[in-house]
Design a protein around this ligand. Sequence first.
Ligand code: TYM
Length: 332
Amino acid sequence: MQSATTKLRVFSGIQPSGGLHLGNYLGAIRNWVRNQDKYDNIFCIVDLHTITVPQDPAALRENTLDLAAVYLASGIKREQAMFVQSHIPAHAELAWILECFIPMGWLERMTQFKEKSGRERERSSAGLFAYPALMAADILLYDTNYVPVGEDQRQHIELTRDVAQRMNQRFGQLFVLPEPMIQAAGARIMGLDDPQKKMSKSLAADSPGHAIFILDGPDLIRKKLARAQTDAQPEVRIPAGPGVTNLLEIYRTITDKDWPAVEQEFTGKPYSVLKGTVADAVIEALTPIQQRYREIRADDAALMRHLHGAAERLTPIAETTLHRVQQAVGLR
Ligand code: TYM
């Protein structure tokens, strides 16, 4: 795959933890789809990351197929490399080596770990703590140039660069240094029920109105948006509070309009108009994805073949990097 093209390499991934939401779509998948022809892409379903917190095994298998189907349904072309992380053992092997070169202090500073472990720090898994090392392995195995993600993943990509630089200094040019690719629009979608908090799967579990899921039907989308938190103003005014700003951000991202146009469109309008228009735009974007998703999930055997085929084609690339690293550190 790598030698057949001179395009720069993109790598990104999402956890198959169920409940893929509008933040995942606007912050990540949509941008992958839009830029896919410009790059040599690898899109991963990061199941090893998902088991850093407890999972129901049957649900994990189901969510893995779901995520693959959503990638394709969102417009990722069939010829792109789309695979499941655990199908290529080199990810876990390189992660281990990287862990031996990443100081504990770097991992302790990761905000995602602090947020996810919360007050349960002592009880959270060692895997959750070492999570960024596995993410660094994902990225570095494929000589990745760009990593398209939402804002919340920036710190992990910085850590990836730091460990790559550290090992390059010690052993010579082992790794390509990746750059984050974070779009101005949609990189941080906030919760509908609490616009101070990032839209996230874990918060959605406690509050059904927190997130719009990619597979939510039109009525549910309207209902969730109708209940979204706004301000104490009688109508949309700029500068708006965080709830209204989040709705405007969703709208401008999904419609590709710029801020001045969106502000002009809604200034002076009641919140019901804003919410109804945002709902129309979200439904219009998600409905065709949901239709294609159902068609794709109707043939799981084909989907599995696709995933296994991609893993087979990618394995030699991953192993070349792994062997280079093993050689450098004295493991072969
Ligand atoms: P994950 O599964 O939490 O999220 C997947 C993608 O969605 C983006 N995202 C958001 N964007 C905007 N607003 C939000 N509220 C929002 N919530 C999530 C994330 O930034 C991400 O791009 N560690 C990664 C998965 C991963 C990965 C990798 C990514 C593992 N290995 C290698 C890139 C490269 C994660 O947990 O993403």
